[in-house]
Design a protein around this ligand. Sequence first.
Ligand code: SF4
Ligand code: SF4
Length: 148
Amino acid sequence: MTAPTSSPDTHAQQPCIHCGDCARACPDALNPEALFFALVQDDFAAVRAARLDACSECNRCVEVCPSHIPLLDWFRWGKSESHERARAAGARARFLARNARLARERAGRAARRREMPAAAALPAQTISHAEVLAAIARGKARRREKRP
Ligand code: SF4
Ligand code: SF4
């Protein structure tokens, strides 16, 4: 969604003359002029501070504005943009938190590996193949002697 650029009515849009009519007309006690300039300047901290979300989109500020500024178009765009930016910021925060968690887990595994004692050395091979065969032969001979 792109920011509004021109007046939706047949009157040509003029610069804001700071008359204050929009603020006096707003049933939600907002300052549409301040909201408008915050949006034009892409200052979403100021947009939040000016409580754009409280705008009920009644259109009264547009009806009274002598400069025919499409305030409501700006406010609708601002709400959409604000939600989109909050969603993107949330996704980025979750991505960074996940990366940090994975890095912590990797560091923990590496530390545990460093703390593990070295594997005990395997005993050296002390019996030869010939000795194994001889032991098998002795076992067979003993079994044969025991047979009735
Ligand atoms: S459209 Fe929003 S800012 Fe304009 S008068 Fe209505 S509530 Fe107030
Ligand atoms: S009514 Fe229009 S010209 Fe007057 S202060 Fe509000 S935005 Fe500006």
